[in-house]
Each structure stands twice: as structure tokens, then as C-alpha cells.
Write a new protein. Structure first.
Length: 374
């Protein structure tokens, strides 16, 4: 959000106002309407480029675009208002600096985007004999640093309908970092390792006994019996699925973490039943307060996770504050305890523009805990 408030118009306005107030120190130069029309066209193109860089998270381009756009405004407005000549030259210096930095970025990216030379013994299409992965009996492939598949063996191609793999993003088939994937009605463990500047992936099929036991565990522990929320075991399955879906289709996904804390006065005995009664009542309140499309999980240790698909960052904040506004019955229950009850909340927004693992998602939620109930 902070990057959007630095859009060039927001910065240019105070600069232009200041330059008009500083005018009158030299003879103004009247440029005319055609020049202003051309200037505004170029300026708004730069603004669009700035906004596009924010959306694509290319933050290294923001600074030079800002220098170029503000330099243009400072140069022309200072000439029109008649400020000291040094101000116009400073605007020129800013614009030229921004242009050179942008040119340097584009030349460097062009150099880095050249086609990666084929591996020894391989043709560019990665399908000739002599590939380093061709003789591996396991499904295997290699990708570049951008996740584009460069090579695949026949074992992997046989798992994909049509067998078209090379040149596609690896995320079309599985998400790097996941422990297991399903391809061709089979489950595999994913092994990943660097290979001469590339990334090597191999799939090892899970034993049938392990697959059956994992399925049985997931079916039994869908719901947490004490709270009625989804269980932590189901969360370990559903969180990676939702993160994978959000990344694959570039969809928003938000998470809200609620942590209940009890503070005892010295000498007071542990009140397990009363603690459990509040967790159960609070969980029931959470179930009734969220949307049908949202999912609430009890992670254990008095922590509740809520997944909010297709929800922007402000929506996650609104849900957090809504759940902090406890109903009167819960407030009275809190006050009836001999210990104090505090609820902390934290939320995280995932744009879907880059891969994220379950552990990273939960770690961000944990680090964002800090909001408290009153």
C-alpha cells in the first residue's frame, strides 16, 4: 500500500506548487499548449509505467521512473514560473539520471533474458539422447531460474496428457516446495536440487500403505471434536491447497490468526475446564461470524486460523476487528473467570503473484500477531 502513495502525481503536486511560489526571480518562458500536451502525454505514460511496476512488484524500476517524471515536471514548471535557472538544471539532471538508470536496467535484463545455452549433449528442445535426465527411471525435469521447464524425461511426459511439458511453467504441474503432488492418479514425493545453475526435480511414488494411512487420517480428523472447527490435521492439507490455488490462478488469499491468552494471578490454580469453556464458546462465535466460503481451523494451543479466499487485505482487517467485537454473552463469560482473558489477532495478505509454502504462511501470521481485544 505504501508504494501507491508515491505515484508521481502525488509527488509532483507539492513540487509544482512550491515552484510557482518561488517564481518571479527570472523571466518566465512560455512554452505554449502543444508543448504542455506533449509533456502531459509522456508524464502519464510514466505514471502508467510506475503503476505497472508496482503491480508486478518490480520495485527496482520505481526510483528511476520517479526521477524521470519529477525531473520533467521540475524543469518545465520552473521555466514557466521564472524560478532561478539552477532549479531548471536540477530538474534536467534528475530526468537524465532517471533515464540512464532505466536504460541500464533494460540492457541488463535483456542480457539476462538471453536463451540459456543447452546442456552438453542436448539439443535446444531437450529431447535428444545424451540428456542427463533421459536415463533416470523416475519422472524428472529441469527448469531455469524462472521456473520454465527446459528438459523432461519420458517418464515425466507420460504422466501429462499430451506429453507437452517443455517450455511451460513448472507450476502447471506441481508447486515447488510441496512435500507431495498428485499426477496421473498417483501420489509422488518431490525431490529438488540445483544442477549447474538450473533446478532439478524428481518424483518418487509414495508407497500404497503410506497413501492409505494418510487418507484414513485425513478422513477421521476433518473436524476438531472440542471446538467444531476444522482440525489442525485438515489445516495441514488445506492450507497448501489454497496457497497453490491462489498462486496458480493469481487469486487473493488472506489468513487471520486468533490467539487466546490466559493470565493467572499468583497462587491461583490451573482452571482447565473454564479455559476449555471459553475456547468452545469463542469457536462457536467464530463459526457463526465468518462467511460460508471462509474456513476456520483450530490449530491447537488456543489458536484459531481463518482462511479467506478471494479477499483483499482490507477485508482481512475487517474480519479481524469484527471478531474482536465480542458479543455480550462472551464478554460476561470473560469477566466471570478468576483469570484474565486476552485475544490477539494477526492477519496476512497473499497476492498470489509468487509461491508460498504453508510454513511461510503460518510464520507470517505468527509474526503479525499483536492486535488485541479490549
Amino acid at each position: 500500500m505504501s508504494a501507491w502513495i508515491t505515484l508521481p502525481p502525488f509527488v509532483s503536486l507539492p513540487i509544482a506548487v512550491a515552484l510557482f511560489f518561488l517564481g518571479g526571480q527570472s523571466a518566465p518562458l512560455k512554452t505554449g499548449a502543444p508543448f504542455w500536451a506533449l509533456l502531459m502525454t509522456v508524464y502519464f505514460v510514466l505514471c502508467a509505467a510506475y503503476a505497472s511496476a508496482i503491480r508486478r512488484k518490480s520495485f527496482h524500476l520505481l526510483y528511476p521512473v520517479q526521477l524521470l517524471s519529477q525531473g520533467m515536471i521540475a524543469t518545465v514548471v520552473s521555466l514557466e514560473s521564472g524560478t532561478l535557472p539552477i532549479i531548471s538544471w536540477l530538474g534536467v539532471l534528475s530526468a537524465v539520471s532517471g533515464a540512464f538508470i532505466l536504460l541500464n536496467h533494460f540492457l541488463r535484463e535483456k542480457k539476462q533474458s538471453r536463451e540459456i545455452p543447452p546442456l552438453p549433449g542436448c539439443t535446444p528442445n531437450g529431447s535428444t539422447a545424451g540428456q542427463r535426465i533421459a536415463n533416470i527411471p523416475l519422472p524428472a525435469l529441469t527448469t531455469d531460474s524462472q521456473g520454465i521447464v527446459l528438459e523432461r524425461n519420458d517418464a515425466f511426459a507420460s504422466l501429462i496428457p499430451g506429453g507437452v511439458v517443455t517450455g511451460k511453467p513448472v507450476t502447471d504441474f506441481f508447486i515447488p516446495g510441496e512435500d507431495s503432488v498428485s499426477l496421473g492418479n498417483r501420489e509422488y514425493t518431490v525431490f529438488q536440487a540445483p544442477l549447474d545453475g538450473l533446478f532439478f526435480f524428481a518424483l518418487v511414488e509414495l508407497p500404497k500403505q503410506r497413501k492409505k494411512s494418510a487418507t484414513a487420517r485425513g478422513a477421521v480428523s476433518l473436524l476438531d471434536p472440542a471446538t467444531g472447527l476444522y482440525s489442525s490435521e485438515y489445516a495441514s492439507i488445506r492450507i497448501p491447497e489454497e496457497l497453490s490455488r491462489a498462486f496458480r490462478y493469481r487469486r487473493w488469499l488472506c489468513g487471520v490468526l486468533l490467539a487466546v491468552e490466559y493470565t493467572y494471578i499468583p497462587g491461583l490454580n490451573y482452571q482447565e475446564e473454564k479455559e476449555s469453556s471459553f475456547i468452545e464458546a469463542f469457536s462457536a462465535f467464530v463459526r457463526g461470524a465468518i462467511r460460508d466460503s471462509d474456513m476456520a481451523f483450530y490449530l491447537g494451543d488456543r489458536k484459531i486460523l481463518i482462511l479467506l479466499p478471494e479477499t483483499p487485505q482490507q477485508g482481512a482487517k475487517d474480519v479481524s476487528l469484527k471478531l474482536m467485537d465480542l458479543p455480550e454473552s462472551l464478554e460476561e463469560l470473560k469477566k466471570s473467570f478468576p483469570f484474565s482473558v486476552e485475544i490477539e489477532y494477526g492477519f496476512v495478505y497473499f497476492s498470489g503473484n509468487y509461491p508460498m509454502t504453508k510454513d511461510q504462511f503460518l510464520e507470517k501470521l505468527q509474526s503479525n500477531l499483536g492486535g488485541t481485544s479490549e
